[in-house]
Design a protein around this ligand. Structure first.
Ligand code: FAD
Length: 425
């Protein structure tokens, strides 16, 4: 299957096609899944001289990693309070530090590998849609004090100088966060894995496994025999590894890209930073293509919804925020699947001797796959036991169809809470 049509596919800087696996190939570590989790793990291992093979069912970046919002910022999909409730405040802070390390690692990878097509652009504005700032200011002060992570407060007037809307009351500017072209970034990593001797096979869905002393992973036309295996199939996992399948729910989310209209867009959004409102069920957007198009994302569903219908909802949100954009046409809309565990934290660990997993990054995977891959590789190479920080977030049953229903209800309830917070102020 080819890439689905997305803005990223259309603006991909190179279109190298990789072969499907045929015959028997041997290596140290076979990785199942050619998204950010799988390929960043491959990169970390290949840098240490380990021979790796990556099996991707479709094409590199076919999944969430090639379709996402491109915003690289600290934190996990799970809120900090929930993490602290599970592991205590000190462990929660250590985990949060990892997410900042993840942001810095992505930036360093772009720089080190010279991935020009990733086009990183600094800045993220977190936006508040009701008039209360005390908790926002406290959050910024905590981040500065605890992590040395500075964010600047913007009042309504300062926000209006860059965003021509009445919707936002308060904002935080994070200059260490950035946004980028995720598919070009991922393809840059794939090139580097190959340059270091790793092999990547596309159109090579893993369909069978024998996880004895030798890990044998079969595809339609070939087989990889390895000492170790890593499962990293995210929200696209297809049941090959039942324990992982039980622990991860595929949740759909949506994006759209506008037609080119640089003057109109530039008249209402006068910044190249990314924007993210701080509702529990938030929307995010950014100007791309040298300022000519607007990329807008949001909404989640547990059943695959029609992209056209969800794009209409996203448009309603966009026009509600910027009535001036009522005439801006949507060029394209698409969806992607995120993998979510019930605890909303990544699942990184060991299933059995020589069998590892790196998955469930949810809607916050750009920084967290970088650090997830790093701590996994450190564990596999015997360099550190930082992977243990993820042990409290194990492979719990995500609830199957009941979990899907619960996730949808939770989202609707978050939307209702957002609505109430905005009305109440
Ligand atoms: C629309 C959207 C917007 C998002 N926006 C952001 C954002 O702005 N910032 C952020 O931090 N995060 C964002 N995310 C989340 C982020 O994209 C994901 O958390 C991250 O990309 C997950 O990476 P992954 O490698 O685990 O999964 P994926 O990228 O989904 O990769 C899994 C791969 O495994 C392959 N696969 C599955 N089964 C097999 C098999 N049996 N054999 C071989 N291959 C297999 C699939 O084809 C797929 O390519 C967004 C996600 C979506 C969908």
């Amino acid at each position: 299957m080819a890439y689905i049509e997305t803005y990223y596919k259309r603006s991909m800087t190179e279109a190298k096609v990789r072969p499907a696996l045929t015959g028997v190939v041997e290596c140290d570590t076979v990785i199942i899944g050619g998204g950010l989790a799988g390929l960043t793990t491959a990169l970390e291992l290949a840098r240490a001289g380990i021979s790796v093979v990556v099996l991707e069912a479709e094409q590199i970046g076919f999944g969430a990693s090639g379709r996402n919002g491109g915003i690289v910022s600290p934190s996990f999909a799970c809120g900090e309070d929930a993490i602290a409730r599970r592991v205590g405040p000190q462990a929660a802070k250590a985990l949060h530090r990892l997410t900042i390390e993840g942001v810095d690692r992505v930036r360093a990878t772009i720089d080190d590998l010279g991935i020009e097509g990733a086009a990183p652009c600094p800045g993220l504005l977190s936006l508040r849609r009701f008039d209360r700032a005390d908790d926002m200011l406290a959050h910024a002060a905590l981040f500065a004090g605890e992590y040395g992570y500075e964010m600047a407060y913007l009042d309504r007037e300062a926000l209006r100088a860059v965003l021509k809307t009445d919707r936002y009351f308060h904002g935080l500017r994070d200059n260490r966060a950035f946004h980028m072209h995720p598919l070009n970034y991922l393809r840059g990593i794939a090139d580097e894995v190959e340059r270091l001797g790793g092999r990547i096979f596309e159109g090579s869905r893993a369909v069978s496994q024998n996880l004895g002393v030798v890990k044998a992973i079969g595809t339609a036309r070939g087989r990889v025999a390895a000492r170790r295996a890593v499962f990293a199939a995210g929200g696209y996992a297809d049941g090959l590894q039942p324990r992982l399948q039980r622990g991860v729910l595929p949740i759909a989310t949506y994006m759209m890209i506008s037609e080119p209209a640089p003057d109109l867009i530039g008249s209402v959004i006068r910044t190249r930073e990314a924007m993210l409102d701080d509702r529990r069920a938030s929307d995010y957007y950014r100007v791309v293509d040298g300022g000519s198009r607007l990329l807008w994302g949001g909404r989640i569903t547990t059943r695959t919804a029609s992209e056209t219908a969800v794009a209409a909802e996203l448009r309603r949100e966009m026009v509600g925020t910027y009535p001036q954009l009522a005439g801006l046409k949507t060029d394209l809309a698409w969806s992607g699947l995120m993998g979510y565990a019930r605890h909303q934290m990544p699942q990184i660990g060991q299933l059995q001797d020589g069998v590892w997993h790196c998955t469930a990054f949810g809607g916050h995977g750009l920084n967290t796959t970088a650090i997830g891959a790093k701590v996994l590789a450190e564990a596999m190479l015997g360099q550190s036991d930082r992977i243990k920080m993820f042990a409290p977030f194990g492979l719990v049953w995500a609830g199957g169809p009941f979990g899907m229903a619960a996730a949808q209800l939770t989202y609707w309830s978050l939307q209702a809470q957002d609505w109430w917070r905005e009305r109440r102020g």
